[in-house]
Design a protein around this ligand. Structure first.
Ligand code: ATP
Length: 440
């Protein structure tokens, strides 16, 4: 295994030393659906920089952007890191190394891969930092044009490079700017390239044991008892362990047994599982496609199950309504959603897709409405009566008693769900979505 970076960024060198030169680096859009991964490229670059004696300040960052961005390959992730260098000459050298490595490692032959790179010299503070935070939040919550990213990069004094269409500049700038007030860690272990595309050699029982020893400081390790740390794509990632601290994900790694070599690994600080993508919607009518929201409303109708096993219902407020969906991959979560009834008060958490349907990530049931069933009346003998035919009232099947009264009895049904939070399972969870175990 390549020497790793775990303690590399924990060095206690003097960050405020005026003789040191900070350099921020952001990278995005280097991979394609058929392979590679921006986090892997970041890991290879950092190993190379480390070998050259260059120092990182703080952990590398994996920043997830709007899950509805039109050109994303998979999880819309971009990376950034900060180096603290000894001279202007070192800055020059480092930029050259990074540019060359991105050119060499990115899947440039794929028409959908359009890498972008940004560099910022000096410390990010004051107004620059504030504007970058705002921009990053906008990139996580809305859709951004490349021109907007480039304009801001120029204004703030960033140097940026684009390969081909250079769309990656959008994400690269956001990766540098993203605030990390709430953050988690992900340890990503990478495979030997000879094994790309093959079944991943990760021992399921050891993942269960790791979960037993580290949950809830690590989370989303298992889904319904089955291992959930391995991806299903042909990318270089062998597994990813998510957790609250770099220490716990490292501990967890030591507990996971593998039957194939780990080429290298890296621990990222990340905005994953923070709900940073969600905006609070004041009105349902103001919600837009390709954005993610927390919205209050009342269930309008009983949910329906459509072809494919997706469960759909309408949520409304005084301003309008939105169709909400628990899609098939959300598995048992659909059983909860299927129980919704007209009048139930909910808070929904999720994103609006191309067709205007809100894709549920979580719900909070605030209040359950009474649900009634209309039943045949009881006979004096205590048995429920049967219909005596249309317009002919009821007849008791036991004592034969009859009534001409056609009206039914309104009976309140016991609801099978309770108020509170419900969420999709780990396998259906968006990277940005905050699991309930992290607190709400
Ligand atoms: P992976 O997660 O496997 O690394 P990906 O899903 O991150 O891949 P990319 O290949 O990085 O996908 O492509 C996403 C592209 O969309 C990038 O060019 C990025 O700059 C751009 N992008 C990201 N967020 C937004 C946004 N909010 N608006 C417009 N473009 C965006």
């Amino acid at each position: 295994m390549k020497k790793h970076l775990v303690n590399y960024y924990m060095n206690n060198f003097e960050i405020d030393n005026p003789d040191l030169f900070p350099l921020y680096v952001g990278i995005d859009d280097t991979d394609s659906a058929s392979g590679m991964c921006t986090t892997y490229i970041c890991s290879v670059i950092l190993d190379r920089l480390k070998d050259c004696g260059f120092k990182l300040d703080g952990p590398p960052r994996l920043v997830r952007l709007n899950p509805f961005a039109p050109h994303k390959t998979r999880g819309n992730g971009a990376v950034s890191f900060k180096l603290v260098l000894k001279s202007k000459n070192e800055i020059k050298k480092v930029k050259k190394i990074i540019l060359e490595m991105v050119r060499e490692l990115a899947v440039l032959e794929d028409p959908n891969t359009n890498p972008g790179l940004v560099f910022f010299e000096g410390d990010l503070k004051g107004q620059t930092k504030f504007e970058l935070h705002e921009y990053a939040l906008k990139t996580i919550q809305t859709i951004i044009k490349k021109e907007e990213a480039e304009k801001l990069a120029k204004k703030l004094g960033f140097e940026f490079f684009g390969f081909k269409k250079g769309r990656g500049v959008i994400g690269a700038l956001a990766a540098v700017g993203c605030p990390m007030d709430d953050a988690t860690y992900e340890l990503l272990a990478y495979r030997d390239s000879l094994n790309y595309g093959k079944k991943r050699g990760v021992d399921q029982e050891s993942v269960r044991e790791m979960d037993r020893q580290t949950y809830p400081d690590t989370f989303d390790n298992l889904d319904n008892g089955y291992m959930a740390i391995t991806p299903h794509t042909p990318c270089p990632v062998l597994y990813g362990i998510r957790g609250e601290t770099s220490k716990v994900v490292l501990k967890a790694m030591k507990l996971v047994k593998v039957s194939e070599p780990i080429e290298r690994f890296l621990i990222f600080l990340t905005n994953q599982h923070t709900d940073l993508h969600l905006q609070v919607a004041d009105d349902i009518s103001q919600m837009e496609k390709f954005q993610c929201y927390i919205a209050n409303g009342v269930v309008k109708d009983f949910p329906v199950v459509i072809e494919g096993g997706h469960v759909i219902f309408t949520l409304n407020d005084s301003s309008g309504e939105v169709e909400c969906a628990a899609y098939e991959p959300t598995k048992d979560f659909r059983d909860i959603v299927r129980q919704m009834a007209p009048g139930d008060q909910l808070v929904v958490y999720g994103g609006i897709g191309r067709k205007g349907t809100l894709n549920l990530e979580k719900i909070k049931i605030i209040a359950l409405a009474p649900v009634y069933e209309y039943m045949n009346p009881f006979c004096e003998c205590g048995k429920r009566m049967k219909s005596a035919g249309s317009g002919k009232g009821y007849k008791c099947p036991v004592c034969g008693n009859r009534t001409r009264n056609d009206s039914k009895e309104k009976v309140e049904i016991e609801r099978k769900i309770k108020t509170g939070f419900y969420e999709v399972p780990p396998s259906a969870r968006r990277h940005l979505s905050k699991p309930l175990i992290r607190g709400m």
